[in-house]
Design a protein around this ligand. Structure first.
Ligand SMILES: Nc1ncnc2c1ncn2[C@@H]1O[C@H](COP(=O)(O)OP(=O)(O)OP(=O)(O)O)[C@@H](O)[C@H]1O
Ligand SMILES: [Mg+2]
Length: 254
């Protein structure tokens, strides 16, 4: 298996802690929740950041985890995480279009237990490829081999791709950018997931303002968190709706 070196940014303490809570919540989603879609209603809410950090943390906690970069139109992984010679390597698009075999597009990384199916060559219209049986086969094979398949995707509100991917997943976590995404848009996303039969695992509130009070941090770091707009907390919600919540009224538990 070929190896990719992926550069990770160090996370601020509050974000690291919130991601850790999310990782633990994911663990409680049950053993049949393997293919997990990370999506959102709009662009720029934090899907890729959440997906990549969750994937890395699951791997570091000892769970074999693979990241499927299925944002085929707009993936940022090779630039943001400085993957060398990325354009020359077979990726998800190569596999979906039949130019590569499955095993050629699954890479190990320098992080033990962290595998990736990257997207390094962008496609203008991948919808038909995502509807092809090859894509479903890939996800099933990954879920057989790895404990978690974390899937980064485009937003639900922009193109049909995310709903198509959701239809093949065991569940979806919806990233919501605090103070930006409207309730009606969030409801629409719930409905879209429901329509394609994808269980909503929960909502991840990203970029929520923190008070600066963080357990076990130094005062100066807590102040930085409070005052720097770039450093926002990411809060994982409980990842199952309460049993009493009516399925169609998910907004009750946002
Ligand atoms: N909690 C956070 N605190 C600070 N910056 C963040 C946070 N989450 C994401 N960002 C930044 O916001 C920008 C958008 O994030 P990201 O690329 O993860 O969003 P996305 O939902 O994947 O976007 P797209 O819809 O374009 O794929 C990036 O520059 C990222 O570094
Ligand atoms: Mg993204």
């Amino acid at each position: 298996m070929k190896k990719l070196n992926i550069e990770f940014q160090e996370l601020p303490y509050a974000v690291e802690e919130a991601m850790n809570r999310l990782r633990i919540n994911i663990k409680f989603c049950g053993k049949n929740t393997r293919k997990i879609l990370i999506t959102s209603s709009m662009p720029n809410e934090g899907k890729s950041s959440v997906a990549i950090n969750l994937w890395k943390m699951l791997a570091e906690a000892g769970f074999p985890a693979v990241l499927g970069d299925v944002d085929l139109r707009k993936s940022v992984i090779k630039d943001r995480h400085h993957i060398k010679d990325a354009d020359k390597l077979p990726d998800l698009g190569y596999f979906l279009s039949g130019q590569s075999e499955m095993e050629d597009v699954i890479y190990e990384t320098q992080v033990e237990n962290a595998y990736i199916v990257p997207c390094m060559n962008l496609l203008e219209n991948p919808s038909a490829l995502l509807e092809d049986a090859r894509f479903a086969e890939l996800l099933d094979k990954l879920a057989e081999t790895y404990r978690y398949v974390i899937i980064d995707s485009p937003p639900l509100g922009s193109v049909a791709d995310a709903a198509q991917i959701a239809s093949l997943c065991d569940g979806a976590a919806l990233v919501v950018r605090a103070g930006e995404t409207s309730r009606s848009l969030i409801k629409q996303s719930f409905q879209q997931l429901d329509q394609v039969g994808c269980t909503l695992l929960g909502v991840i509130l990203n970029r929520a303002q923190t008070t600066g009070r963080a357990y076990n941090t130094t005062a100066s770091m807590a102040n930085t968190i409070a005052s720097t707009a770039m450093v926002m907390a990411l809060t994982a919600k409980r990842l199952q709706p309460p049993a009493t919540a009516p399925r169609q009224n998910n907004s009750l538990w946002i």
